[in-house]
Design a protein. Sequence first.
Length: 128
Amino acid sequence: MDASHDCRIQLDTIARGFDGRTCWIHPRAGLVPGAGRGGLPAVVLTLQKGDMAGSDVFHGLHTLRSDDLGATWTPPQPEPNLARWTEPGGVEAAVCDFQPAWHAASAARHRPDGPLRGQPPHARAATA
Protein backbone atom coordinates (compact mmCIF):
# COMPACT_ATOMS: atom_id res chain seq x y z
CA MET A 1 0.00 0.00 0.00
CA ASP A 2 1.44 3.37 -0.89
CA ALA A 3 1.72 6.10 1.76
CA SER A 4 -1.04 8.21 0.21
CA HIS A 5 -3.51 5.45 1.09
CA ASP A 6 -2.51 4.78 4.68
CA CYS A 7 -5.45 4.13 6.93
CA ARG A 8 -6.25 2.66 10.29
CA ILE A 9 -9.33 1.08 11.79
CA GLN A 10 -10.28 1.98 15.34
CA LEU A 11 -13.29 0.72 17.30
CA ASP A 12 -14.99 3.50 19.29
CA THR A 13 -18.30 3.47 21.17
CA ILE A 14 -20.09 6.67 20.17
CA ALA A 15 -23.47 5.94 21.81
CA ARG A 16 -24.85 3.49 24.35
CA GLY A 17 -28.49 2.56 24.41
CA PHE A 18 -29.27 -0.98 25.58
CA ASP A 19 -31.79 -0.65 28.39
CA GLY A 20 -32.90 -4.30 28.64
CA ARG A 21 -35.92 -3.60 26.41
CA THR A 22 -34.50 -1.74 23.39
CA CYS A 23 -31.14 -1.26 21.71
CA TRP A 24 -29.67 0.85 18.90
CA ILE A 25 -29.82 -0.85 15.50
CA HIS A 26 -29.15 -0.08 11.82
CA PRO A 27 -26.30 2.44 12.17
CA ARG A 28 -25.57 3.99 8.77
CA ALA A 29 -23.24 6.92 7.99
CA GLY A 30 -23.13 9.42 5.15
CA LEU A 31 -20.79 12.32 4.33
CA VAL A 32 -21.70 15.94 3.66
CA PRO A 33 -18.83 17.44 1.60
CA GLY A 34 -17.22 20.52 3.13
CA ALA A 35 -19.75 20.85 5.98
CA GLY A 36 -17.37 19.81 8.77
CA ARG A 37 -14.71 21.72 10.65
CA GLY A 38 -12.02 23.27 8.47
CA GLY A 39 -13.67 22.20 5.24
CA LEU A 40 -13.67 18.50 6.14
CA PRO A 41 -16.76 16.48 5.37
CA ALA A 42 -19.37 16.24 8.12
CA VAL A 43 -20.40 12.70 9.01
CA VAL A 44 -24.09 12.10 9.68
CA LEU A 45 -24.95 8.75 11.26
CA THR A 46 -28.53 7.52 11.49
CA LEU A 47 -29.76 4.77 13.80
CA GLN A 48 -32.94 3.74 15.52
CA LYS A 49 -34.12 1.80 18.54
CA GLY A 50 -35.42 -1.72 18.07
CA ASP A 51 -37.53 -3.63 20.60
CA MET A 52 -35.82 -6.77 21.86
CA ALA A 53 -39.16 -8.44 22.71
CA GLY A 54 -40.42 -8.71 19.14
CA SER A 55 -39.31 -9.15 15.58
CA ASP A 56 -38.99 -6.05 13.39
CA VAL A 57 -40.38 -3.60 15.94
CA PHE A 58 -38.66 -0.33 15.07
CA HIS A 59 -38.81 3.16 16.54
CA GLY A 60 -38.18 6.55 14.93
CA LEU A 61 -34.90 7.62 13.41
CA HIS A 62 -32.15 9.40 15.38
CA THR A 63 -29.02 11.13 14.08
CA LEU A 64 -25.54 11.78 15.39
CA ARG A 65 -23.14 14.19 13.72
CA SER A 66 -19.36 14.54 13.66
CA ASP A 67 -17.62 17.59 12.21
CA ASP A 68 -14.12 16.19 12.85
CA LEU A 69 -14.22 12.84 11.01
CA GLY A 70 -15.40 10.90 14.05
CA ALA A 71 -13.14 12.26 16.79
CA THR A 72 -16.24 13.65 18.55
CA TRP A 73 -19.98 13.07 18.07
CA THR A 74 -23.21 14.73 19.10
CA PRO A 75 -25.52 12.61 21.26
CA PRO A 76 -28.30 10.77 19.38
CA GLN A 77 -31.04 13.27 18.50
CA PRO A 78 -34.56 12.20 17.48
CA GLU A 79 -35.63 13.34 14.02
CA PRO A 80 -39.29 14.41 14.38
CA ASN A 81 -39.89 14.24 10.60
CA LEU A 82 -38.82 10.58 10.69
CA ALA A 83 -40.60 9.48 13.87
CA ARG A 84 -42.92 6.50 14.18
CA TRP A 85 -46.53 7.14 13.14
CA THR A 86 -49.90 5.41 13.29
CA GLU A 87 -51.51 4.24 10.06
CA PRO A 88 -55.28 3.94 9.60
CA GLY A 89 -56.51 0.97 11.57
CA GLY A 90 -53.95 1.52 14.31
CA VAL A 91 -50.93 -0.08 12.65
CA GLU A 92 -47.67 1.45 13.93
CA ALA A 93 -45.17 2.24 11.15
CA ALA A 94 -41.61 3.56 10.99
CA VAL A 95 -38.79 4.25 8.57
CA CYS A 96 -36.44 1.28 8.67
CA ASP A 97 -32.74 0.83 7.87
CA PHE A 98 -32.34 4.40 6.59
CA GLN A 99 -29.14 5.23 4.64
CA PRO A 100 -28.12 8.91 4.63
CA ALA A 101 -26.59 10.14 1.38
CA TRP A 102 -25.51 13.51 0.01
CA HIS A 103 -27.61 14.72 -2.90
CA ALA A 104 -25.64 17.50 -4.60
CA ALA A 105 -28.49 18.66 -6.83
CA SER A 106 -30.71 19.56 -3.87
CA ALA A 107 -27.91 20.28 -1.38
CA ALA A 108 -30.08 18.47 1.17
CA ARG A 109 -28.17 17.89 4.34
CA HIS A 110 -28.33 17.65 8.09
CA ARG A 111 -27.52 21.09 9.44
CA PRO A 112 -25.89 21.71 12.84
CA ASP A 113 -28.91 23.85 13.81
CA GLY A 114 -31.70 21.65 12.48
CA PRO A 115 -32.94 18.17 11.59
CA LEU A 116 -33.12 16.33 8.30
CA ARG A 117 -35.72 17.89 6.05
CA GLY A 118 -38.02 16.32 3.51
CA GLN A 119 -41.29 14.55 2.99
CA PRO A 120 -43.11 13.16 6.01
CA PRO A 121 -42.04 9.56 6.70
CA HIS A 122 -45.33 8.02 5.61
CA ALA A 123 -44.78 9.44 2.09
CA ARG A 124 -41.78 7.21 1.48
CA ALA A 125 -41.69 4.42 4.04
CA ALA A 126 -43.21 1.00 4.37
CA THR A 127 -45.00 -0.17 7.49
CA ALA A 128 -43.13 -2.40 9.90
